[in-house]
Design a protein around this ligand. Structure first.
Ligand code: PLP
Length: 370
């Protein structure tokens, strides 16, 4: 083989150490090895598996069945395997769900809510049910427009480190962007009408977006909705109206079975709580060095975010972390600071190394009382 190109070299540079990237969750070693083995050359490789084959149908059915078991999805919900990323859903939700209504209600909890709101405003009259900045107001304080076709919430604000630990009971259908916490918490589908998530953070690899939708919401799409983006049309065609994202479905299949073998979503939720508690405890111990902007009860179990008390130390902290093999900790560009992402595939050893680093950095560089 030829020597690696610049792009390949850039990917290969960070093979040692641990990634805490918010944008992509690591695959557990066993899953990655299994996927790599399936990417062989020639016939029978997952890379050229025809979506029309019985083998792919079986793969999709098993993936859906495992997802249904893990999340206890009721029969009246349909599972769609779509492309286009979670961001495509920001437009597809109003296109598919408004029906004869014009209004949609959105919770503004941070960066991703605002992206969803901006896109929905192109199609709907959007009102803000509640603003959650660093703290989630009690549901009694929410103002959900009763005319709204649905109310949208971003269950875990990936960029801000704020998580809706409990989803509310609302008088209109609740729609949740769960791109950064699907399969990291149990769900109560009595409260939910639609859940969607890009797969790249908690379920595997980019290219697949899951939409889990109550069939009572189907059939309301605006006539100009692209057919391949019409939930009812895709549901009727078992998500095979066009070529579904075969490879990421294969990865999701392996990842879901890995989660199930470990005891399921309750075990993942407990691990997320334990790991984020360890990170928050280290941050609290270094209170002179670190500042946690999110109220304790609303802190994410998935993406702990913090700032340095002396903002000028942010670059130093990130550099020292890199040197210690702890990568991809820079906060979201719109938010700044430092962000830790603890998706299902992150190894315990990575969390232990990070916690030790946070303690050592606070000891060495902490602000000392004058
Ligand atoms: C990452 C993220 C998105 C964007 O996902 P894409 O698949 O890149 O469109 C949307 N919502 C949340 C909560 C995210 O964390």
């Amino acid at each position: 083989m030829a020597s690696p190109s610049l792009a390949e070299a850039a990917v290969l540079r960070n093979v040692s150490g641990f990634s805490f990237s918010a944008a992509a969750g690591p695959l557990p070693d066993e899953v990655a090895a299994d996927v790599a083995a399936a990417c062989r050359a020639g016939r029978g490789s997952v890379l050229s598996l025809p979506f029309t084959s019985p083998a792919f149908r079986a793969l999709q059915e098993e993936t859906e069945a495992c997802l249904r078991r893990l999340l206890a999805i009721p029969d009246r919900f349909r599972v769609l395997f779509l492309a286009g990323g979670a961001s495509a859903q920001f437009a597809l939700l109003p296109l598919n769900l408004l029906g004869t209504a014009r209004q949609a209600s959105y919770v503004d909890g941070g960066h991703w809510s605002r992206r969803a709101i901006a896109e929905a405003r192109r199609y709907a009259e959007v009102s803000i049910a509640v603003q959650a900045s660093g703290r989630i107001p009690d549901v009694g304080e929410w103002r959900v427009d009763p005319r709204a076709a649905y109310c949208h919430v971003t269950s875990n604000e990936t960029a801000d480190g704020l998580q809706f630990r409990e989803l509310p009971v609302l008088p209109v259908p609740l729609v949740a962007d769960m791109t950064s916490d699907l399969l990291m918490r149990p769900l109560d589908f009595a409260r939910l009408s639609l859940v969607y998530a890009g797969a790249q953070k908690t379920i595997g690899t980019p290219g697949l977006t899951l939409v889990i939708v109550d069939e009572r919401l189907l059939g309301r799409a605006r006539p100009e909705t692209p057919r391949v983006m019409d939930y009812a049309a895709q549901a009727a065609a078992d998500s095979r109206l066009c070529t579904p994202p075969v490879f990421p479905i294969f990865v999701a299949h392996r990842m879901l079975h890995w989660i199930e073998a470990r005891g399921g979503v309750a075990v993942m939720a407990e691990a997320a709580r334990r790991r984020s508690d360890a990170v928050y405890a280290a941050l609290a111990e270094g209170a002179g060095t670190y500042v946690m902007p999110v109220d304790r009860a609303s802190r994410s179990h998935v993406n702990p975010c913090f700032r340095l008390a002396d903002e000028a130390q942010t670059a130093l902290c990130l550099q020292a972390a890199e040197a210690a093999g702890l990568h991809d900790l820079r906060g979201h560009p719109d938010v700044g600071g430092v962000r830790v992402s603890l998706y299902n595939g992150v190894a315990d050893a990575a969390v232990d190394a990070l916690v030790a680093f946070l303690r050592a950095f606070a000891r060495r560089h902490g602000l000392r009382a004058a």
